[in-house]
Ligand binder design. Structure first.
Ligand SMILES: Cc1cc2nc3c(=O)[nH]c(=O)nc-3n(C[C@H](O)[C@H](O)[C@H](O)COP(=O)(O)OP(=O)(O)OC[C@H]3O[C@@H](n4cnc5c(N)ncnc54)[C@H](O)[C@@H]3O)c2cc1C
Length: 405
């Protein structure tokens, strides 16, 4: 389907460029503005769930994502103080539900680069780096944006503007859309090391450790050289300074307390992140649409934020294509984007990540024991095991989206 309706996208993060690809494959001319000089390769998302792999297959990206990532069939919950394995979940239980009964650990910068490569082969696509959207000017029938591009301010015009410019979205703020929710007082520290926790300690590629004093997550990613990197995530103390958390002494103490070994760990990266639970009051205002972190942010336990952003991008392209096919007057199609994506984010991403964090940090021994028992029973019962995974993998969210018309 060809369309003369150019779509402007603020933000060339993974959601911006995947959305651009979904739109360009449907014939929309697209212009992406990315404030950074290159794709940001800070260690953030990697976990890509089955429902998202299905969407990436639709965009022709899944084989390369699988090739550049690591396939993780299982994930485990452990009690950190005792080290005991509480429950293991196996995506193989979803074999009848998805062609991808596994998670792929693929770093988000790899996905973004892949999408940008594919965009390069499509007509009508422009991707500008060092291009910051500074202001927006929604008009009846189109949107104009002011962009700081190579030191000059230029205006661009499009039929629609997608704000995919991350949690601090300029587009969302300029549109006056509230970002409702809260920010956690503690931050999350991510330590990256080559130490092989599978060979040395027998851990799988995705591990969640519950601890009343300091919970932890442990994941493996392939790394740019494919040799494998492990990311350990901890909360900081609310009163801990950045310097204390990121300093060599603090970093070694934190990782050694958890996984003691005779020699210091080689830390390849150390990063601190703020964590929030926030959802935009609307995902659509006239011809301005929000997607990804610009629309919703959540704590990373469960690996859902980017997954949900990719679901936004694919849905957005479907809605704009339907709008285009409905003689460009179908407000219903544009509203449907908000009516689907916003409640599904609250139900599947906000609730799940809040519960995941509570489960890991729970301090009451009786509640901890009850949580562990529930996990054990869920994992032991085939029907509940599958139902749990349908929820965590976002397959249930996709099925529910189809019911919202
Ligand atoms: C430690 C950690 C681990 C995570 N793990 C997972 C995981 O395993 N799975 C998962 O699904 N999610 C995970 N997430 C969440 C995930 O990283 C985000 O949801 C994801 O980055 C959102 O992508 P995005 O493109 O919407 O936003 P971003 O990645 O923030 O990209 C926004 C882009 O917009 C650009 N930009 C900003 N302002 C402007 C402007 N005014 N004009 C032009 N460009 C602009 C920025 O430079 C940036 O490149 C994790 C997050 C963290 C912090």
């Amino acid at each position: 389907m060809a369309s003369s309706e150019r779509v402007l996208i603020a933000g060339g993060g993974p959601v911006g460029v995947v959305t651009a690809l979904a739109l360009a494959q449907r014939g929309f001319p697209v212009t992406v503005f990315e404030a950074g000089a290159a794709v940001n390769d800070a260690p953030r998302a990697a976990t890509t769930h089955p429902a998202t792999l299905e969407l990436l297959a639709g965009l022709g990206l899944v084989d390369e994502v699988i090739r550049q990532g690591l396939t993780a069939r299982t994930f485990q919950f452990r009690d950190r103080p005792s080290g005991a394995l509480i429950a293991e979940f196996d995506h193989e239980r979803l074999r009848e539900d998805t062609p991808y009964p596994f998670v792929v650990q693929c770093e988000q910068h790899k996905l973004a680069r892949l999408a940008i490569d594919r965009l390069g082969a499509l007509p009508g696509v422009e991707v500008h780096f060092s291009a910051r959207v500074a202001d927006i000017d929604p008009r009846p029938g189109h949107v104009e944006v002011a962009v700081e591009l190579s030191g000059r301010r230029r205006r661009f015009r499009g039929a629609f503007l997608v704000g995919a410019d991350g949690g601090r979205s300029t587009v969302r703020k300029a549109a006056g859309i509230r970002f409702e929710g809260y920010t956690f007082p503690e931050r999350f520290i991510v330590l990256t090391t080559r130490f092989d926790f599978a060979a040395e300690r027998g851990y799988c590629y995705r591990n969640y450790f519950s601890d009343p004093d300091e919970w932890a997550n442990l994941f493996k990613v392939a790394g740019d050289d494919g040799k494998g990197l492990w990311r350990v995530v901890f909360p900081t103390r609310a009163d801990e300074s950045d310097a204390a958390a990121l300093g060599e002494a603090g970093v070694q103490q934190r990782i050694q307390r958890f996984f003691p070994r005779a020699t210091p760990y080689e830390i390849v990266h150390r990063n601190l992140y703020k964590a929030h639970q926030r959802v935009a009051a609307t995902f659509r205002q006239g011809r301005v649409l929000l997607a990804g972190d610009a629309a919703h942010v959540n704590n990373p336990i469960g690996g859902l934020g980017l997954n949900c952003g990719i679901h936004d991008g694919v849905e957005l392209a479907q809605r704009l294509a339907a709008w285009s096919g409905a003689d460009r007057n179908g407000d219903h199609e544009l509203d449907l984007y908000d009516r689907r994506r916003r409640p599904l984010n609250i139900e599947f991403v906000q609730r799940q990540t809040v519960n995941n964090k509570k489960r890991l940090e729970e301090k009451d021994p009786a509640v901890r024991a009850a949580n562990f028992e529930q996990l054990r029973q869920t994992a032991a019962d085939p029907a509940r095991h599958r139902q749990f995974l349908l929820h965590t993998s976002l397959i249930e969210s996709v099925r529910k989206a189809a019911l919202i018309t």
